[in-house]
Design a protein around this ligand. Structure first.
Ligand code: PHE
Length: 349
């Protein structure tokens, strides 16, 4: 084999090596074109050839060198392009994927019930009293009890024992004192008073499934001329049907509260009531207390009971939420367990 043929053979050899996709291009370069490479080796052994032969072998040597160089460059470019493609594929950002939604909180289930009650009474033209000036949770004995017709040593105080800060300052046991705070300032030349007072109340009860030392009430009071028990009944029916559904009915039973006369306990039907339902089949659940405001209370608030009459009611949002959602333990509302509260997440997340 002549040297020229040998050199041409190198080109084939290099091409064959470079055909493999993962070939080490640099190693091929060193093996063929390096200082100690195959081509240099052949060119070094030319010294015994004639001038013409040297010229020919030299030319072939250069051609082969250039050709291998080109192949190497091609392969390098090919490998780089492939690597880039793979990198891009691996790092692809799919902008059409849905984003990670931050978890949003929601109003507490009791707040949701109170919002529903507030919205209903706003629609009936009531004002909502919830600022701490007119609706303080730390109350005086005077407003919480005395102004509600419960003088000191009145036996009915036993039903509402509370936490005392001093003998005269206490955590309110009911939202009824808000009635007096608002009524004593009311200007009747501007029309009757229609208000609700949602808020927290406290009792010295031992916590169990149906008692909590802190719970909620929404007080309602309407004072005007010719306000009757029929107005009270219609108002209570409207809020109960708003909360439980239009087919539910209410029942009023005589009861006793020191600040109302007559007083009633109000029950709501557990199931829907249709014209075919037999009265004896209706199951009633007690949900609130109400009555016609006692003349003594009106007098203490500076209102003439001969001229004005009034009704009042006290709703229990905790009780409503328990009935509405089948919650069996009132303490669930106050444990702040997100797994429980999330069931009432209005945003449905
Ligand atoms: N304040 C009463 C209670 O807590 C409820 C009530 C309010 C009753 C208004 C009658 C009128 O038991």
């Amino acid at each position: 084999m002549t040297l020229a043929e040998e050199l041409k053979g190198f080109l084939k050899e290099a091409e064959a090596e470079l055909a493999s996709p993962d070939v080490d291009v640099e190693a091929v370069r060193v093996a063929f074109l390096g200082k100690k490479g195959k081509i240099t080796g052949v060119l070094k052994s030319m010294k015994d050839l004639s001038v013409d032969e040297k010229k020919e072998v030299g030319q072939v040597g250069n051609q082969v060198r250039t050709a291998i160089q080109e192949k190497i460059e091609e392969k390098k470019a090919e490998q780089e392009a492939k690597a880039l493609e793979e990198k891009l594929a691996a790092e692809t950002l799919d902008v059409t994927l849905p984003g990670a939604k931050p978890k949003l909180g929601s109003a507490h289930v009791l707040q949701q019930i109170m919002d529903e009650i507030e919205a209903h009474f706003l629609g009936l033209g009531y004002q909502i009293i919830d600022d701490p000036t007119d609706s303080p949770e730390v109350e005086t004995d005077e407003y919480n009890f005395e102004r509600e017709n419960l003088p000191k040593d009145h036996p009915a105080r036993d039903m509402q024992d509370t936490f005392y800060i001093t003998p005269e300052i206490l955590l309110r046991t009911q939202t009824s004192p808000v009635q007096s705070r608002v009524l004593e300032k009311h200007d009747f030349s501007k029309g009757p008073l229609k208000m609700i007072a949602p808020g927290k109340v406290y009792r010295r009860d031992t916590d169990d499934a149906t008692h909590s030392h802190q719970f909620h009430q929404v007080e309602g009071l309407v004072v005007g001329k010719n306000i009757t028990m029929a107005d009270l009944k219609g108002t209570l029916l409207s809020i109960m049907q708003e909360l439980f559904g239009e087919k539910h009915q209410i029942r009023l039973r005589p009861s006793y509260f020191p600040f109302t006369e007559p007083s009633v306990e109000v029950d709501v039907s557990w199931d829907e009531v249709t014209p075919d339902t037999k009265p004896e089949d209706i199951k009633w659940i007690e949900v609130l207390g109400a009555g016609m405001t006692h003349p003594n209370v009106l007098k203490m608030d500076g209102v003439d009971p001969e001229e004005y009459t009034a009704f009042a009611f006290g709703l229990g949002p905790d009780r409503f939420a328990m009935l509405k959602y089948g919650v069996e333990d009132i303490r669930q509302f106050y444990l702040n367990d997100v797994r429980f509260l999330d069931q009432f997440n209005e945003r449905g997340i």
